[in-house]
Design a protein around this ligand. Structure first.
Ligand SMILES: Nc1ncnc2c1ncn2[C@@H]1O[C@H](COP(=O)(O)OP(=O)(O)OP(=O)(O)O)[C@@H](O)[C@H]1O
Length: 246
């Protein structure tokens, strides 16, 4: 399997506390991966490192075919390289329609004068339609985003990230606060997105993780404790002791 992202031997210490401890982790170019683990295991810090928010004290984070080091790039450069991140709370423009939110998110030259003189094209409208279809909001395009349900807002934000055509999408607890039907739709959406890019989902909801039907990485004290199918990792006695059994 070729590798899109390779984290190797990464450590991060905050005030003497080692939040990430010699972490090594790989993900392929079109793969869905779930990351689970107890509170404080280092899941958020892992995403912070990949996106350039937190700089590790040691280790490597290599990206793409040319194995460039993400550690040398700023947060904005990493985003432009194709790393997208979805935080837990949706951050859509509530006063704007679903259509406008998606339109604004399309990958464009962001030079200020271009934004100023920007006119949407037929190709843009088509792309917005495709994205809306993909996230299940094709019949909601004219609605104000603020009127959407919590789940719909989350899908819209995923759509806005997909509009940027990321090669890796990091998603933090997408199922939180969703109804069962919304969770099911989210599962389908993430599975579909992972057919053409890497998607890493941090999640505590085990039923949700089961439905993703993907490889699972269990983090504990900043390292990988176990990796494999959900059935495989949940049979691991250490995983039961530190996470599931509590
Ligand atoms: N900026 C920081 N300064 C000091 N300590 C930090 C900082 N960020 C994270 N930590 C500590 O590092 C450890 C790992 O935190 P992290 O948020 O990555 O865990 P997590 O697995 O995402 O947990 P949760 O499931 O609760 O979100 C925790 O003990 C946390 O308190």
């Amino acid at each position: 399997m070729s590798t899109l992202l390779e984290v190797s031997g990464v450590s991060v210490t905050f005030d003497g506390f080692r939040a990430i401890n010699n972490l090594s982790f790989e993900i392929g170019p079109a793969e869905l991966r779930a990351i689970i683990g107890p509170n404080g295991a280092g899941k958020t810090t892992f995403m912070d490192i990949v996106t350039g928010k937190t700089r590790p004290d040691a280790g490597q984070v290599l990206w793409g075919e040319r194995s460039i080091s993400l550690l040398k790039l700023s947060e904005s450069k990493i985003a432009r390289e194709g790393v997208g991140r979805k935080f837990q709370r949706p951050t859509v423009f509530e006063d704007q329609s679903v259509f406008d939110n998606l339109l604004m998110a399309l990958k464009k030259d962001r030079a200020p004068w271009r934004v100023l003189f920007y006119r949407e094209t037929a190709a843009d409208r088509t792309r917005v339609g495709e994205l809306a279809e993909e996230i299940g909001l094709a019949d909601q395009l004219q609605r104000k985003s603020g009127e959407l349900s919590h789940g719909q807002k989350q899908w819209l934000e995923i759509g806005m990230l997909l509009a940027q055509e990321p090669r890796l999408l990091l998603v933090d607890e997408p199922a939180a606060g969703m109804t069962l039907a919304e969770r099911e739709h989210t599962t389908e959406l993430l599975k579909e997105a992972a057919k053409t890019r890497a998607v890493v989902v941090v999640e505590h909801d085990m039923e949700f993780v089961r439905r993703l039907e993907c490889r699972v990485t269990v983090l504990h004290e900043g390292s990988v404790l176990a990796e494999g199918s959900l059935d495989f990792v949940t049979r691991n006695q250490q995983v039961i002791d530190v996470y599931l059994g509590r």
